[in-house]
Design a protein around this ligand. Structure first.
Ligand SMILES: *[C@@H]1O[C@H](CO)[C@@H](O)[C@H](O)[C@H]1NC(C)=O
Ligand SMILES: *[C@@H]1O[C@H](CO)[C@@H](O)[C@H](O)[C@H]1NC(C)=O
Ligand SMILES: *[C@@H]1O[C@H](CO)[C@@H](O)[C@H](O)[C@H]1NC(C)=O
Ligand SMILES: *[C@@H]1O[C@H](CO)[C@@H](O)[C@H](O)[C@H]1NC(C)=O
Length: 594
């Protein structure tokens, strides 16, 4: 009964608010976006049951996964962490972009071959005899090159996920047996891409690379240099710091030199420096030499386009999301959509700068959530002060949406377990970044509608949790900036401990759901002679089953396998840490240890 009275008052005040909007504030009805042909459930509705603070997203929702993958495109760190790519995006390499290719012969490839975006990467493949040296080619694009980008660690030769999206584009099915058939892969991808005038494919391993279909089309030679082969230095342990941990490493020299025979020497500093150049693109804005057309992206987390993948994800951790459940109907849908985005290039788009919009939302919450999490896990100290500090952070987030009309019920007015008095605050918070652009949904591409939906779902959950936490703090009398008297008195420790535990659970679960890779850091931070590192293929990864002498192996695959082999000898890594990459500090000087 009392609850009904409270709800009535809220509705009444909302109506008044709608009738006489505050200056600079939009009236409530506006968030009702015009209905469009969007197949996504419209979440932008007026006040009511849809803005309940106790309604979490469906467990099979994918909006947050779409959000995080799109906000991570072309960034090394998140795509090293989650190797199994789920996004395919058309893009261009602008005129004048430099590309590098290392080879042992002084001959420009006349077949599809690989080019690196950073010379530290291509130099790995520049190894020749001491007598002849090796060759390093620098190309520059003479027109915008049309490329297709596969996200994830899409150049990691592993049988369990990173190559899935390419397999399906090249062969219409997963081909784990072809994980090391790099030549077959590049030939087939380029042959497939011809119908769309694709110049190449962008992938990522230790750094970004381009599978370039034609080394004489759209590119010109800047230089083709005969590079001196490196001398094998007299390796000595003398300069290695007298550190107990380092001294214990088996065969320190092995970590300085991956292989050396009469002709070839491959110093580990090279492997380290590729990894380091990849890390320049760790976070936003990523490697901007590839310019993506987000309005034509394809996401395998799009449940409308690929319903068959939903079942396989049930109960799976995100590391293990694969494309192996893709039905033939969905494979056909992928082909159809690729045709649309690569040929017709859907003309209509809204003009929204999606990349910036995603980033604005992530920037707005990433640091703040992390800081609140720190405050909540900081043991010891004055409990009341700690709780009020957290409430202050929550208030900062909520302030732009804390309507004058959203008044907490007072003690005499009963109990509002789901904080319905704050639901208008929730709605304002959740729709602020999307309400306006949602009206453009009729002129959006399907990819844009997917992005819109993902933003709506993601900001909705962020706001649901944060506004709920704030409202609980208000009800517990912790908000010092509220005019109304605290509804309930008493700051007993039990109550504080209860609310802190509840907050901690809610925030941890929100951050787990969002799962943004910017939160994955080395803690404590690394020293000046170290870098924070996530296990990166091929260092410490298992050896492929294919023998090294296999005739199908390209020189590139062969050298990578050699690298792999040297690095995966017992003692080179910590067992299977490659499966669930966790950050660690590694030295940026010899002896290296990946
Ligand atoms: C998510 O689960 C609900 C309930 O089980 C189901 O009705 C819905 O179709 C599922 N959505 C997808 C995309 O699989
Ligand atoms: C590569 O491009 C050049 C210049 O456009 C063309 O003459 C040549 O035939 C192409 N090579 C292949 C293998 O398609
Ligand atoms: C290589 O180093 C060892 C040990 O430091 C030293 O005894 C030896 O003379 C060095 N050899 C050369 C060719 O410098
Ligand atoms: C609670 O709210 C009611 C209705 O607004 C008001 O009459 C009453 O005085 C309030 N009680 C307290 C303790 O503030």
């Amino acid at each position: 009964m009392m609850h009904l009275v409270a709800s009535f008052l809220i509705v009444a005040s909302a109506v008044v608010h709608a009738a006489v909007p505050h200056p600079g504030q939009r009236p409530l009805g506006v968030t009702n976006a015009a209905s469009t042909e969007s197949s996504y459930p419209e979440v932008l509705e007026g006040i009511g049951a849809r803005w309940r603070l106790d309604e979490p997203p469906a467990t099979n929702a994918t909006g947050h996964l779409v959000f995080d993958t799109i906000n991570s495109l072309l960034q090394h760190w998140p795509n090293t962490r989650y190797r199994n790519g789920h996004t395919i995006v058309p893009g261009t390499l602008p005129v004048g972009t430099l590309l590098y290719h290392g080879t042992r012969e002084g001959k420009i490839p006349d077949m599809p071959d690989w080019a690196a975006t950073d010379p530290e990467h291509s130099l790995i493949f520049c190894h020749g005899s001491t007598k002849d040296g090796c060759w390093h080619l620098t190309l520059a694009t003479t027109r915008p090159l049309k490329v297709l980008y596969f996200d994830g660690s899409s150049a990691a030769k592993l049988e369990d996920g990173p190559l899935d999206s390419q397999d399906i584009v090249a062969w219409g099915e997963l081909r784990p047996d072809k994980a090391y058939d790099e030549i077959g892969r590049i030939k087939d991808l380029c042959a497939w891409g011809e119908q769309y005038d694709l110049d190449g494919f962008v992938r990522m391993e230790m750094d970004f690379e381009v599978m370039l279909c034609n080394f004489t089309s759209g590119v010109e030679v800047v230089s083709f240099l005969n590079i001196a082969t490196l001398k094998i230095p007299n390796l000595s342990l003398d300069h290695i710091p007298n550190d107990k941990h380092l001294r214990k490493l088996p065969m320190v020299t092995r970590l300085m030199c991956t292989y050396a025979d009469n002709d070839h020497f491959f110093p580990v500093f090279r492997a380290f420096e590729v990894m380091a150049s990849g890390s320049w693109h760790n976070h936003q804005p990523g490697d901007t030499r590839i310019q993506l057309d987000l309005t034509n992206l394809i996401s395998f987390y799009d449940t409308d386009l690929f319903p068959s993948l939903a079942e396989g994800r049930t109960g799976q951790e995100r590391w293990d999301h694969r494309l192996n459940g893709l039905s033939s109907a969905d494979t056909a849908a992928l082909r159809g959509r690729l045709g649309q985005v690569l040929v017709d290039r859907e003309q209509k788009s809204s003009g929204v700068d999606w990349q910036t919009l995603f980033r604005v939302v992530a920037d707005r919450y990433a640091d703040r959530l992390e800081f609140m999490h720190h405050l909540l896990t900081d043991e010891g100290g004055d409990l009341l002060r700690q709780a009020k500090n957290i409430q202050l952070q929550l208030r900062v987030v909520v302030t732009p949406y804390a309507l004058h009309s959203a008044v907490p019920p007072n003690a005499s007015m009963m109990h509002d377990a789901d904080n319905s008095w704050a639901s208008s605050v929730f709605r304002e918070c959740a729709t602020t970044h999307t309400a306006q652009i949602a009206k453009l949904s009729a002129v959006m591409t399907a990819s844009e509608r997917l992005m819109l939906h993902s933003l709506q779902e993601t900001t909705r959950e962020i706001c649901r949790v944060l506004v709920g936490m704030w409202a609980d703090g208000v009800m517990a009398g912790l908000d010092e900036y509220l005019w109304q008297d605290p509804p309930s008195g008493g700051d007993d420790d039990d109550k504080l401990e209860r609310i802190m535990a509840q907050w901690k659970g809610q925030l941890t679960s929100l951050m787990g759901w969002l799962d943004w890779s910017v939160w994955i850091k080395c803690k404590p931070a690394c020293g000046l002679e170290e870098v924070c590192y996530l296990p990166t293929w091929p260092f410490g990864f298992p050896l492929p089953s294919l023998p090294l002498e296999h005739e199908d192996l390209s020189p590139k695959s062969r050298s990578q396998m050699l690298l792999l082999q040297r690095q995966t000898q017992p003692g080179a890594g910590d067992g299977n840490e490659w499966q669930r990459p966790q950050p660690k500090c590694i030295r940026r000087l010899p002896p290296y240890s990946f």
